[in-house]
Structures are given as structure tokens and as C-alpha cells.
Design a protein around this ligand. Structure first.
Ligand code: KG4
Length: 338
């Protein structure tokens, strides 16, 4: 008999549902929330309300697009954390209610595990997936971690940011440039037209495998503040070069520690995940490095870099196969680590 998992993701500002059948993705529906744009960041209460409006049609559409019936489902996987509590409550409560109605189990998924395991989502049976152990560079708006992935449920954080995440560095610097939120994709687009060697920003000098991005942010801020005193149009005139130089610096910081982790562990496979792994420069740099050093690189489809339920469904699929179910008294967590 087939194993069919409904995945539900509602940790931040995307309501998403996906169906995975025997490890193969049948549908992945995402409703993004534009309501936050005018505030320059996600407003938690507005996010929960939008999830409540979106969740029924999103799940319904995912089931229809997959060409299955609700009665075919084996289990429901949902994101339990980390994320915004109000948002997580919507997905968690919905998963519990539907599972009681259908008399099928629920499986709780750590959102960060989902990002790491997104590389196991197959569209076709012969799609290749990473072999354990591998290193995953998880870079998003809230995290920058180097993770040694030993199994679907056995992950060790080798290094992580001690202040800002890589996505925050993109977003905060973009905000100083007057770009809309989230700024990462705007920097990515502008960087393609700019000279990446034009500006130099500070890089951290901290030992070990941890990251730090707050010094870069400060140095970017001061460069712009001082230059604007001399020329009020400085940002507008130099935005492509600023974006390209900022992106290059972030990539150099990311790669520096990643290379150390690869050397230390001797792993042969490297994957990236999280919102920042959609960045063209990051993708190219990782692919080039792996190519040059004979490593296998797993670069996710852009659809699987940001929050999506396909990754929740695949993480839930492996837990389901292991009989690792969740109790109805499980509550969401705002913060959990790997
Ligand atoms: O994983 P994600 O969707 O959720 C959070 O952890 O919040 O990541 C969102 C982050 C934001 O900081 C956004 O600016 C960044 O991913 N991002 C990018 C790109 N696309 C999204 N950063 C750089 N280049 C991109 N193309």
C-alpha cells in the first residue's frame, strides 16, 4: 500500500500544503501574504489571521492537484516550530482537527529539519538525493548554520551565527539602501549589473565555525552614511556596485567557514538550503567550489528554498516510516534548534 503524506507549513508568512506519495511530490501549493509589505517586515498577528483565511483553500487545492482524495491520506505532517507562535498554532490546530476527522496520525516536523531534508523531495523516482553524511549550509532570514547531517533525524550543528543571520544581513543592508522588504532578492537582482570589487566591507575574524554578520552590517551602514554626506545621491548612483560588493562579501564569509567544515569532517557532499540559498551568487559560488574540489553539490530548486510544505511532507514521510508519530497534546514551539 502507498504512503501518502499531507504536509502543512505555517511557521511565518507563507501558508503551504503539499502531498508526497511514496517519496514523490504530487503537489505543493503556497499562498504568500502580501499584507506585510507596507510594514517592512512580518506582522505576527496579521500573519496568523491570513493563515486562518488561507489554510482551508490551500490544503483543498493541494489535495485536488495531487489527484487524490482526503481518504487516501496516511498521515498529516505539520511544522511545530520554530516560528511565530500564532502562525504555528493555525497549522498545528488544523492538522490535529483533520487527523481526528480522518482517523490518521499526525507527525510533527522541525522546520529546520524540513529545510535540510528538502533535498530528498523527488519529482521523479530516478531523481538523485544526497548520501549521508553530508554538510548542509542552512541560510535563511532567521538562521545561518553549518549542519552535519548524519541521518534524517540525526543532525549536528557545527557552527552558527552569533548575531545576525545571512538573510538579515541582506535585508538590513537593503533597507539602508531604500529597497523594499525583503531586500535579499533585490540585492541579488541589482548585483548582476554591478562591480563586486568596487567597495570593501569588514569581515569577521572569529575562531571556529561560527558566523557573524553584524560587523558587515555596521560597516555597510557607515560607508553609506559617510558617502551620503558628500553626495546625497550616492546610493542611487552606486546601487548596483553596492549590491554586488555586499553580496560578494556575504558569500566570502559563508564560504570561508563552510570550507573549514568540509576540511574538518572530510565529507564529500555539500547541500544548501533556506531562503538565501535562492541567491544566484551563493548558488554559483557553492557549485564552483564543489566542482573544483570534487564534491557533490546539492543546490535546491528555488521553489524549495523558501518556506514550503513539500519539505515538511518529506520530513514527515521519513518520520512516518519510522513510526515516529506525535501526540495530540503537542504544542508549537517558537524556538527549537536542530
Ligand atoms: O527561509 P526563509 O524564507 O525564511 C526565513 O527564515 O525568514 O528566508 C527568507 C530570507 C530573507 O532574508 C530573504 O531576503 C532571503 O531569504 N532571500 C534572499 C533571496 N531570496 C530570499 N537573499 C538573497 N538573495 C535571494 N535571491
Amino acid at each position: 500500500m502507498s504512503t501518502i503524506i499531507l504536509g502543512i507549513e505555517s511557521s511565518c508568512d507563507d501558508t503551504s500544503a503539499a502531498i508526497i506519495k511514496d517519496g514523490i511530490l504530487l503537489s505543493n501549493v503556497i499562498a504568500s501574504q502580501s499584507v506585510h509589505e507596507e510594514y517592512g517586515g512580518v506582522v505576527p498577528e496579521l500573519a496568523s489571521r491570513a493563515h486562518q483565511q488561507n489554510i482551508v483553500p490551500v490544503v483543498d487545492t493541494a489535495i485536488k492537484r495531487a489527484g487524490i482524495e482526503k481518504a487516501d491520506l496516511s498521515a498529516i505532517a505539520f511544522t511545530r516550530g520554530p516560528g511565530l507562535l500564532g502562525s504555528l498554532l493555525v497549522g498545528t490546530s488544523f492538522a490535529k482537527g483533520l487527523s481526528l476527522g480522518l482517523r490518521i496520525p499526525i507527525v510533527d516536523v522541525n522546520h529546520l529539519h524540513g529545510h535540510v531534508l528538502s533535498h530528498f523531495i523527488r519529482r521523479n523516482p530516478d531523481d538523485t538525493v544526497p548520501e549521508y553524511p553530508f554538510i548542509c549550509l542552512l541560510i535563511s532570514g532567521g538562521n545561518s548554520q553549518i549542519i552535519l547531517v548524519k541521518n534524517y533525524n540525526d543532525m549536528e550543528v557545527l557552527g552558527q551565527t552569533i548575531d545576525d543571520a545571512a538573510g538579515e544581513a541582506f535585508d538590513k543592508c537593503a533597507k539602508v539602501m531604500g529597497l523594499p522588504y525583503p531586500g535579499g532578492p533585490h540585492i541579488d537582482r541589482l548585483a548582476t549589473e554591478g562591480d563586486a570589487s568596487r567597495f570593501k566591507f569588514s569581515k569577521p575574524h572569529i575562531p571556529g565555525l561560527n558566523y557573524s554578520f553584524s560587523g558587515l552590517k555596521t560597516s555597510f551602514l557607515y560607508t553609506l552614511r559617510d558617502a551620503k554626506k558628500l553626495d546625497p545621491d550616492f546610493i542611487e548612483k552606486n546601487k548596483a556596485d553596492l549590491a554586488a560588493s555586499l553580496q560578494r562579501t556575504i558569500i566570502e564569509i559563508l564560504l570561508d567557514k563552510l570550507k573549514k567544515a568540509i576540511d574538518l569532517t572530510g565529507v564529500k557532499t555539500v547541500a544548501i538550503g533556506g531562503g538565501v540559498s535562492a541567491n544566484s551568487g551563493v548558488r554559483q559560488a557553492i557549485a564552483d567550489y564543489c566542482d573544483k574540489h570534487g564534491l557533490n553539490a546539492f543546490i535546491p530548486e528555488r521553489a524549495f528554498t523558501t518556506d514550503n510544505a513539500a519539505m515538511v511532507a518529506i520530513a514527515g514521510y521519513y518520520k512516518y516510516l519510522a513510526g515516529d508519530f506525535c501526540h495530540y497534546n503537542a504544542v508549537p514551539y517558537a524556538r527549537i534548534t536542530i
